[in-house]
Design a protein around this ligand. Structure first.
Ligand SMILES: *Cc1c(COP(=O)(O)O)cnc(C)c1O
Length: 820
C-alpha cells in the first residue's frame, strides 16, 4: 500500500537524471560520492511531499508542539535511516543494484552528522525519530555547527584530532530557510525609558548582533508519512541584512559582526560531561535559544492571538542546562516585546519550560561567572536577578532563618549564575534519565529543591530507536525477529520482543540466533581488518567497550584487566584460556589529558599483546579509530559482551547499554544508571554484575574516599599490573609514560583523592565477573539462551516508550495524522 518511492523505474530515472544535472556525468562515470548525492536528492524528492503534507496537518489540526532544545544532535547518517523509515530500503537497494550501484557503498559516502558528543546528543536524535514515528508535532532546535565532533586519528597510539568538515560536499537533505531568519543581540547596555503612560521600557543599545538563519532537516517517521523538522541555526553577519541606525556606516562594527557570526557556529565543543566556562559557548547557547524561541512565538502568533494560552500549544524541553537561558529569554520577550507584567509572564514561562538533568557530576555543572554573563546578556541577566530575588524571598518565607538553604539554592551565588537552579525554579518539570539517577537527584544532589517542590520531579528512563539500531544496523537479526514473531510490528512496538522468549529453549532457533551473531562478528572483523589491519578471530569472545573516554566510565579498569589476563596467559601457558578480543572505541575531549593517556595505554597494550606470538592469538586488543554513530551500528551488532562498568552512581543512564542488549549482547556491568533496569528486565542470571553499589560509592565519598594502597599491598596480581604502568612493559621501555595514571591510582599526595573512581577497589570483583563470562561462553547453549533473552527483554528500552512517558506526564501532546 505505502510505497511512495516505488515506482522503481521512475526512481532509477531520477537517479540517472540527478547524476546528469548535478555532475554532467553518466552513472558509470560518477564517483561514489556523486552517486551518494544523486541518490540522496532522489530520496529527498519523495520525502518533500510528506514534509509538505505534515506541515499542512500542523496547520489544520493545530496540535501542541514540543520544541526539543539541545546543543547537540548526534544524528549519524541520514540516507539509510530515511529509507528504513520510508520502508523503502530493500526496494531501493534492489533498484540501485539493477543500475550496478551498491547501496551500502553509497551509504558509506555520507559523512556522519556528528553535531554532538555522545549519549546526550544521540538521545536527542533518537527522540526526534520516535516523535515523528509516534505522530507528535515536534521541532528539534539546535546549531548548525560548521565543524561537528572532531575526527579522531590514532597516530603512534595517540589520539590526534582533525576537523570534521561535514558540509564540504554539501548536505543533500537540508533546506535553507532565509525567510525565517531572526536577529540575535549580544552585549551593549540597557537604557530605561518611560512612555507617556509611565510604563517602563528596557532598550538595549550599543549591542552587536548576528542574523540567525535556519536550516531544516527532515525527520522521517516510520511508515506513517510524518516528516518532522530538525531546525538548526546558522549565523550570518547582519550588515547586509539590517544595520541598526545607530551603527550605520561604522566599518569596524561591521567587521566585528562578521567575525562574531563566523565564530559563533564554527565548532561544537568536544566536552562530554564537563563544563569549560568558555564565553563563546555561552554565545552559542543564547544564539540558538533566542532564535528558536522567537521562531516558536512567531509561529504561535500566526494562528493564536492570546499569548497567555501559549502553554496549551507550546512546550520547550531543555536537554540538560545548556539551553536554560531559554527561560530568561522567554521572560524577556513576554515582558519587553509582548508588554506583559511580571506575574503574567512568569505564569506562562513556568508552564512552558521543562528541564532534563543528565548528570550529578560536579565538574559538569554549568556555573557562569556573573561578570561574563551580565556583560554578554545584560537584559537577560537583569531578568535572572529578579527571578533570583523573588525565589530567595520565597526560600526565606518558607524556611525562616535557614540561610544555609539560601546559599545552597540561590540562582546567583558567589559571583556565579547557576544554570541548573534557574532551570529547576522556572521549569514545571525536572526529570532524571534513569530510576537510580532520579533517586540520587532527589536524595542527594537536588535534595533541597526536591523538598521544596517535590511534584516537579519525575523520572524518564532513556531509550533508543530500534529503527536505527536494529532494522538498519542489524538487518539479519531484524529479519529473524520478524520471522519468529510473525510480524514486523516490533518496529513500532518494541514490547513485542518478549514474544521471542518462547524460542529461548528451542535448539534450532538458538542456532539461527548465534549464526546471525557470527555473521555480524565476521562483518565487524572485516571492518577491523580494513581499518586497523588487525586480523581477529570471529570465534573468539568479542568484548566491546565503546563510549566517550571518561575516567568515570573506567576504560582504565578494562585495560588493566587485559594486562592482568595477559600476565595470566604468560605465566600459565598450560591453562586453557578461551580466546578473547577486547574492542575499544572512544574519543577523548581534546583537553582531557588523562583520558588521552588512557587511549595511548590501550594502544600500547594492543601493540604488545597483538604482536606476542607466544600467546597464539589467544588475546587481541583493538582500538577502533573515530568511534561514531555509523560504525557504532556495526559494533553493537557484532558484540558478544557489553562493557558497562562505570563507577556506580556516576553514569546517569547510559544508552549504549540498551543498544547492545537489543542486539543480543549480555551486560557486564555495575549497578549504575539504566543497567539497574536492564537487569530488572532480563534477570540477574542473564547479566554479569559486579562491584560497589552506588550507596557504597557515595558513602565512601562522604568519608573522604578509601585507601587503594591497602589493595596494592595485599593483592600481588593487582600490584603487578599497576607496577607495569611504570616498569616500561607498555612504555616501550619508557617508565614515565604512564606515571600519571599510576599516580592517579595510588598517590594520595596529589590534590585529588587517590583512585577516585574505585578502579582497584572493584578490580577483583571485575576479574571474577570476567571469569564468569568466560565460563558462560564456553557453554554454547547457555550463552545462546542468555544472548537471546537479552534481545527478548529489551522492550522497555525503546525511545518510543520514553517519548510516550514524556507526552503523558510532561508535554501533553496531541497525536497527528498525516493524509497523503
Ligand atoms: C549510544 C551512543 C553513545 C552513548 O553511549 P554510552 O555507552 O551510553 O555512553 C555515544 N556515542 C555514540 C556514537 C552512540 O551511538
Amino acid at each position: 500500500m505505502y510505497n511512495p518511492i516505488f515506482e522503481k523505474e521512475k526512481f532509477k530515472r531520477e537517479v540517472t537524471n540527478n547524476v546528469k544535472t548535478l555532475f554532467r556525468k553518466t552513472v558509470d562515470e560518477a564517483t561514489p560520492q556523486q552517486l551518494f548525492q544523486a541518490v540522496s536528492y532522489a530520496v529527498k524528492e519523495v520525502i518533500i511531499d510528506d514534509w509538505i503534507a505534515t506541515q499542512k496537518a500542523y496547520k489544520e489540526q493545530d496540535p501542541k508542539i514540543v520544541y526539543y532544545m539541545s546543543m547537540e544532535f548526534l544524528m549519524g547518517r541520514a540516507l539509510g535511516n530515511n529509507l528504513i523509515n520510508m520502508t523503502a530500503y530493500k526496494e531501493v537497494a534492489e533498484a540501485l543494484d539493477e543500475m550496478g550501484i551498491d547501496l551500502n557503498a553509497v551509504e558509506n559516502e555520507e559523512p556522519d552528522a556528528a553535531l554532538g558528543n555522545g549519549g546526550l546528543g544521540r538521545l536527542a536524535a533518537c527522540f526526534l525519530d520516535s516523535l515523528a514515528t509516534l505522530g507528535y508535532a515536534a521541532y528539534g532546535c539546535g546549531i548548525r555547527y560548521r565543524y561537528g565532533m572532531f575526527k579522531q586519528k590514532i597516530e603512534d597510539g595517540y589520539q590526534v584530532e582533525t576537523p570534521d568538515n561535514w558540509l564540504k560536499n554539501g548536505n543533500p537533505f537540508e533546506l535553507r530557510r532565509p525567510e525565517y531568519a531572526k536577529e540575535v543581540r549580544f552585549g551593549g547596555n540597557i537604557r530605561v525609558e518611560y512612555d507617556e503612560e509611565g510604563k517602563t521600557h528596557f532598550v538595549q543599545e550599543h549591542y552587536e548582533s548576528v542574523r540567525a538563519v535556519p536550516y531544516d532537516m527532515p525527520i522521517v517517521g516510520y511508515n506513517n508519512h510524518m516528516v518532522n523538522t530538525l531546525r538548526i541555526w546558522d549565523a550570518e553577519p547582519i550588515v547586509d541584512f539590517q544595520l541598526d541606525e545607530f551603527d550605520r556606516g561604522d566599518y569596524h562594527k561591521a567587521v566585528e559582526q562578521e567575525n562574531l557570526a563566523k565564530n559563533i557556529v564554527e565548532v561544537l565543543y568536544p566536552n562530554d560531561n564537563h563544563y569549560a566556562g568558555k564565553e563563546l559557548r555561552l554565545k552559542q547557547q543564547y544564539f540558538f535559544i533566542s532564535a528558536s524561541i522567537q521562531q516558536a512565538l512567531s509561529k504561535y502568533k500566526m494562528t493564536h492571538d492570546d499569548i497567555h494560552k501559549l502553554p496549551e500549544k507550546v512546550t520547550f524541553q531543555m536537554n540538560d542546562t545548556h539551553p536554560t537561558v531559554a527561560v530568561a529569554e522567554l521572560m524577556r520577550i513576554l515582558l519587553d516585546e509582548e508588554g506583559l507584567g511580571w506575574n503574567e509572564a512568569w505564569e506562562i514561562t513556568t508552564h512552558t519550560c521543562a528541564y532534563t538533568n543528565h548528570t550529578i557530576m560536579a565538574e559538569a555543572l554549568e556555573k557562569w561567572p556573573i561578570d561574563l554573563f551580565s556583560r554578554l546578556l545584560p537584559r537577560v541577566y537583569q531578568i535572572i536577578q529578579e527571578i533570583d530575588r523573588r525565589f530567595v524571598e520565597q526560600i526565606r518565607s518558607q524556611y525562616p532563618g535557614d540561610e544555609g538553604k539560601v546559599k545552597r539554592m540561590a540562582i546567583l551565588m558567589d559571583g556565579q549564575v547557576k544554570m541548573a537552579h534557574l532551570a529547576i525554579v522556572a521549569g514545571y518539570s525536572v526529570n532524571g534519565v534513569a530510576a537510580l539517577h532520579t533517586e540520587i537527584l532527589k536524595k542527594q544532589e537536588l535534595r533541597d529543591f526536591y523538598e521544596m517542590m517535590p511534584s516537579k520531579f519525575n523520572n524518564k528512563t532513556n531509550g533508543i530507536t530500534q529503527r536505527r539500531f536494529l532494522l538498519h544496523g542489524n538487518p539479519l537479526l531484524a529479519d529473524w525477529v520478524t520471522e519468529k514473531l510473525g510480524t514486523k510490528d516490533w518496529a513500532t512496538d518494541l514490547s513485542l520482543m518478549s514474544g521471542l522468549r518462547k524460542w529461548a529453549d528451542d535448539e534450532e532457533a538458538l542456532k539461527e540466533f548465534m549464526s546471525i551473531k557470527y555473521k555480524n562478528k565476521e562483518r565487524l572483523a572485516q571492518y577491523i581488518l580494513e581499518h586497523n589491519g588487525i586480523e581477529i578471530d570471529p570465534r573468539s569472545i568479542f568484548d566491546v567497550q565503546v563510549k566517550r573516554l571518561h575516567e568515570y566510565k573506567r576504560q582504565l579498569l578494562n585495560i588493566l584487566h587485559v594486562m592482568y589476563l595477559y600476565n595470566q596467559i604468560k605465566e600459565h601457558p598450560e591453562r586453557s584460556f578461551y580466546p578473547r578480543t577486547f574492542i575499544f572505541g572512544a574519543k577523548a575531549s581534546a583537553g582531557y589529558i588523562r583520558a588521552k593517556q588512557i587511549i595511548k595505554l590501550i594502544n600500547s597494550v594492543a601493540d604488545v599483546v597483538n604482536n606476542d606470538r607466544s600467546i597464539n592469538g589467544k588475546l587481541k586488543v583493538v582500538f577502533i579509530e573515530d568511534y561514531r554513530v555509523s560504525n557504532a551500528e556495526l559494533l553493537f551488532a557484532g558484540a558478544d559482551v557489553s562493557e558497562q562498568i562505570s563507577t556506580a552512581s556516576k553514569e546517569a543512564s547510559g544508552t549504549g547499554n540498551m543498544k547492545f542488549m537489543l542486539n543480543g549482547a549480555p551486560t557486564l556491568g555495575t549497578m549504575d544508571g539504566a543497567n539497574v533496569e536492564i537487569v530488572q528486565e532480563v534477570g540477574i542470571e542473564n547479566a554479569f554484575i559486579f562491584g560497589l553499589s552506588s550507596d557504597e560509592v557515595i558513602s565512601f565519598e562522604q568519608h573522604g574516599g578509601y585507601n587503594p594502597v591497602d589493595i596494592y599491598n595485599s593483592d600481588h596480581e593487582i600490584r603487578r599490573v599497576v607496577d607495569q604502568l611504570v616498569d616500561g612493559t607498555y612504555g616501550y621501555g619508557n617508565r614515565e609514560m604512564y606515571r600519571d595514571l599510576y599516580n592517579s591510582l595510588l598517590n594520595t599526595k596529589s590534590s585529588s583523592r587517590a583512585d577516585m573512581y574505585f578502579i582497584l577497589k572493584d578490580f577483583r570483583a571485575y576479574a571474577e565477573a570476567q571469569e564468569k563470562v568466560e565460563a558462560a561462553y564456553r557453554d554454547r547453549d547457555r550463552w545462546a539462551k542468555m544472548a537471546l533473552l537479552n534481545t527478548a527483554s529489551c522492550g522497555k528500552f525503546s525511545s518510543d516508550r520514553t517519548i510516550e512517558e514524556y507526552v503523558k506526564d510532561i508535554w501533553h501532546l496531541d497525536k497527528l495524522t498525516v493524509e497523503v
